[in-house]
Write a protein that binds this ligand. Structure first.
Ligand code: CS2
Ligand code: MG
Length: 405
């Protein structure tokens, strides 16, 4: 069996996705997600020009050797574009191996460690009341864990709060240049305690609560926030501060017992090695698409398990259903799985392009027993929805200084 062709597609069913199809001489193919939001065409060119030519003729079963060839074998390691390309090839090869074996990928990883995959859903509101109305609706659908994001009074836009007018799955603003958003730590601190105070009063103590700070705070501000929210017993606080300098989390950890989660922008184990090894975080949120695929995420999960760090894979709408499928197989296997972020299955266009076999009931997702990853990609439907240039927003403080988005 050998790799005969590698096709790269970029389509826009609401927002852009880069999809890789690895085709073998037997006709069996595998699919991978290589989407890097706002940098899609860089990954397409990288895959077509620099990765695909090296793999034609190779045995698709050599997943580990191909991963090492593309990572260790290359002088230019790491980086989001490189690792997304490796990730997509890796997912496609696991998909092929499963199809050849007639087994779902989780069986190749070692089988199930649990019945189903617990999800956390998003409640995003224009006000605290609006956010909690949405949270109550999700709880009545059976979700046991909810992420709460509420608009910050006095700011034009708040991360994660799109209102009812916009579809979360649509392009972020659908503008040919980056939209700008504003930030004020002082205004945020005026809102955040009240959000969780009202949340516990209305939703009770049982529901698990999550909040994404989206890296807007400095380490000492994060420490203050964690301490302030301790009484509301969060499952975790996500991306409180940036950790390009992993030492940052030592400052946070010295002051608060609120659990910390980070990792959605990380590309390798090296980006989170110290955070995990020194037990400065509780959940590692790396995505298969952005951190080197199933081979790499399996390694990160095993490393994290030694230090009592759980996995909580990124599940934003800019990761394609192929990535969600890869996460599902990892989640059902990983002994130290924590929770999976979940924003729904997207609009009709998205579901027409990507066919998946994940089901959700009572806040829990089930992986299907279809061989491989259990996803399919409709090339014709994708062709009807061409790529549109789009960017994530840029953030500025109220005095105009560029800040972390
Ligand atoms: C996020 C995303 O889901 C999350 O936790 O932080 O919304 C993130 O902003 C996007 O995936 C950006 O690409
Ligand atoms: Mg996040």
């Amino acid at each position: 069996m050998f790799i005969k062709d590698i096709k790269v597609f970029v389509c826009s069913p609401g927002r852009n996705f880069v999809t890789v199809k690895v085709i073998t001489d037997t006709g069996i193919f595998g699919l991978g997600d290589a989407t890097v939001n706002g940098r899609e065409m860089a990954v397409v060119a990288f895959l077509q020009e620099h990765v695909a030519p090296c793999l034609i003729g190779r045995n698709p079963h050599d997943i580990e050797d191909i991963w090492q060839y593309l990572y260790r074998g290359v002088y230019w390691r790491k980086g989001p574009i490189n690792m997304a390309a490796i990730a997509a090839i890796d997912m496609a090869l696991w998909d092929i191996k499963g199809k050849v074996a007639g087994l779902p990928v989780y069986q190749l990883l070692g089988g199930k460690s649990r019945k189903g995959v617990t999800l956390y859903a998003h409640a995003n509101g224009e006000s605290i009341t609006d956010t909690l109305d949405k949270a109550e609706a999700l709880i009545s659908q059976g979700f046991k864990a909810i992420r709460l994001q509420s608009a910050i009074p006095g700011l034009k836009v708040t991360y994660g709060v799109l209102g009812d007018k916009k579809d979360y799955f649509e392009l972020q603003g659908n503008r040919p240049l980056p939209p700008e958003e504003d930030w004020s730590t002082a205004k945020y601190f005026q809102m955040i305690d009240e959000l969780f105070k009202q949340a516990r009063a209305r939703l009770g103590d049982e529901v698990q609560l999550v909040h994404d700070v989206h890296s807007r705070l400095t380490p000492i501000e994060s420490a203050k926030l964690g301490k302030m929210l301790e009484k509301y017993n969060l499952l975790f606080l996500e991306d409180a501060s940036m950790a390009e300098n992993q030492e940052n989390y030592r400052v946070i950890r010295q002051h608060t017992t609120t659990p910390m989660a980070i990792g959605e922008t990380y590309n390798t184990l090296w980006d989170c090695k110290d955070l995990i090894q020194e037990q400065l975080i509780d959940y590692i949120r790396v995505a298969a698409t952005h951190a080197g695929g199933i081979t790499s995420l399996r390694r990160i999960a095993d490393f994290a398990s030694i230090f009592n760090v759980k996995t909580a894979p990124h599940g934003a709408p800019d990761l394609s259903p192929i990535c969600l499928a890869a996460h599902m197989h990892l989640n059902i296997w990983a002994p130290n799985f924590g929770i999976q972020e979940f924003v729904g299955f997207g609009n009709e266009q998205l579901q027409a392009v990507f066919k998946h076999s994940v089901t959700v009931e009572n806040g829990m997702a089930m992986v299907s027993d279809e061989p491989g990853l259990g996803v399919d990609f409709d090339e014709d439907a994708a062709k009807e929805l061409p790529y549109k240039r789009s960017y994530l927003p840029v953030c500025r403080l109220e005095d105009g200084t560029v800040w972390n988005w």
